[in-house]
Write a protein that binds this ligand. Structure first.
Ligand SMILES: Cc1cc2nc3c(=O)[nH]c(=O)nc-3n(C[C@H](O)[C@H](O)[C@H](O)COP(=O)(O)OP(=O)(O)OC[C@H]3O[C@@H](n4cnc5c(N)ncnc54)[C@H](O)[C@@H]3O)c2cc1C
Length: 475
């Protein structure tokens, strides 16, 4: 089968490449554009983005946007100016999708449904006359001597094309079809692959998961499926707002991030967790040590917090309800401690905080002197208020590992940017071959940056392939 322009992978990048290619062909052109997608439907990963809401793009200008591209921002620059975030929003709105801007310049569909974004893009691609072939798993790619490429599918079909765009994504979330297939073809065709590793992923505190017997697929990897400890379960689901996370790498280098953090079934996630995850994963993979310190009260100095904790404790102790509870017997120190914690942190964090910091509450058996048998007694509880204040400012976790490709948001590493022309996305090694999206060695922070880079590099790759093809046909 022949197609003038062939795109492997119908994800964010591949779909925009198809749209860009078909739209850039001269009017009346007979050239064909085909997408081969291995899954039953294109763009499966888009459905998972932004927790099903799809953070489409981010409206920051290049100076700010580029700070969130962790590797090789220069590769993205021409693509960004060819499709700015505003252009992307205009494109979607012109196709009938309303959008909304949220905190941090992040753009979402107004409906908050990722499926609406996918449907809008797929409709736009189809309207351009692109052939979108699903359940076509590409197995091998070969260059044809004299020009063009041959693409072999697992079902036995062979496609020939003049221009080939590889948009197979990375290794993250393999259930969406992204299993890193494109790397081996890129390598086979002479490209260097910068070693890949999972980024924007959960970090697992020591003691959070049951690690005995777990077989890591890479150093530091702890599968999301690994069973949780009781202590891990006690923290799961807690969401911390406006905290400071300080990371210590190998006992010295420190980095502090302010924001929100979530404890999930994977480990520590959320914006602040993701922000530091790239460097943490790299350190752990190289056999280094990573430690976290959470400051739950970043706006209050330790001394002031200690006084506040002591003041609250006295208030609770002297509250008539405390003394009169239980028919005048009063409530014990353990119950008073829970009331105190309720004044200092969200309720859903209390079980976890207590489980991970058992030394703050000291229990002892007080002999009942009036007992004639001498064996009976009463539990009494002392709360170490100074230790409590210290822990609120410096709650430490040793990080045992990270969740891998099975659930990370993005793959770092990939096709070396040294071998891709930023202005066209064409390979410097093979004429007529283009790359776009996550397969390339570029990864960004959360906030709509990754999808935008996939859309923008995809569009430019498609347009460039169509232009170079038209020139060749004219020639
Ligand atoms: C859970 C999650 C949430 C995310 N949320 C956001 C967000 O809100 N905002 C944001 O900016 N980014 C987000 N991202 C990142 C974003 O989804 C990716 O950056 C983007 O999807 C990359 O697009 P891509 O087209 O390069 O790759 P992919 O989306 O991975 O697409 C690659 C396509 O190629 C196909 N393919 C692979 N191999 C073959 C083969 N052999 N033959 C044929 N087809 C093949 C795959 O099936 C797939 O459809 C999120 C990622 C995840 C995992």
């Amino acid at each position: 089968m022949k197609s003038d322009i062939l795109i492997i992978g119908g994800g964010a990048a591949g779909l925009m490449a198809a749209y860009g290619a078909a739209k850039a062909l001269p009017e009346g052109s007979k050239a064909t554009v085909t997408v081969l997608e291995k899954m039953p439907r294109p763009g499966r990963k888009i459905l998972f983005t932004g927790k099903g809401r799809c953070n489409i793009t981010n409206l920051k200008n290049w100076n700010e946007f580029s700070k969130h591209i962790r590797t090789n921002p220069n590769l993205v620059k021409p693509s960004f100016y060819n499709l700015t975030p505003e252009n992307m929003v205009e494109f979607l709105e012109s196709c009938g999708l309303e959008t909304i801007v949220e905190r941090g310049d992040r753009v979402f569909p107004y409906s908050h449904r990722a499926s609406d974004v996918l449907d809008t893009i797929v409709d736009a691609v189809m309207r351009q006359g692109v052939k979108l072939l699903t359940e076509r798993e590409v197995e091998l790619v070969k260059e044809v001597p004299g020009g063009g490429f041959e693409v072999f599918c697992s079902g036995g079909e062979v496609f020939e094309c003049e221009r080939l765009i590889i948009a197979t994504g990375g290794l993250s979330y393999p259930v969406t079809g992204s299993t890193g297939d494109g790397y081996k073809w890129a390598e086979f065709l002479g490209h260097r692959i910068v070693p890949c590793f999972p980024s924007l992923t959960a970090l697992v505190p020591r003691g959070y998961k049951i690690l005995e017997g777990a077989e890591p697929v890479m150093k530091g990897h702890i599968s999301r499926e690994t069973a949780m400890t009781a202590a891990g379960e006690s923290l799961k689901g807690a969401k911390l707002k406006n905290i400071n996370l300080t990371v210590t790498y190998d006992g010295s280098v420190k980095e502090t991030e302010f924001g929100d953090l979530d404890f999930t079934d994977g480990g520590i996630e959320g914006p602040v967790g993701f922000q530091v995850s790239r460097k943490c994963v790299k350190t752990l993979m190289n056999g280094g040590r990573v430690a976290f310190s959470l400051d739950l009260k970043p706006g209050v100095p330790l001394e002031e917090l200690t006084q506040r904790v002591k003041g609250l404790w006295n208030e609770i102790k002297n509250d008539p309800r405390t003394c009169e509870a239980k028919g005048g017997r009063g409530i014990n120190g353990k119950e008073m401690y829970r009331i105190l914690l309720g004044k200092l942190m969200p309720w859903d964090l209390i079980p976890g905080f207590q489980a991970w910091n058992p030394d703050i509450l000291k229990a002892s058996l007080r002999r009942n002197d009036y007992s004639s048998r001498g064996a009976s007694g009463r539990m009494t509880y002392d709360v170490d208020l100074i230790m409590l204040a210290k822990t609120l400012k410096d709650w430490r976790f040793d990080i045992a590992g990270f969740v891998g490709y099975e659930r990370c948001v993005i793959t770092a590493g990939g096709v070396s940017t040294d071998e891709v022309v930023a202005k066209t996305m064409e390979s410097k090694v093979r004429k007529g071959l283009y790359f776009c999206g996550e397969i390339i060695d570029m990864d960004c922070d959360t906030g709509g940056y990754n999808l935008h880079c996939a859309f923008a590099t995809g569009l430019l790759a498609g347009q460039s392939a169509a232009k170079s093809l038209s020139l060749a046909y004219e020639g």
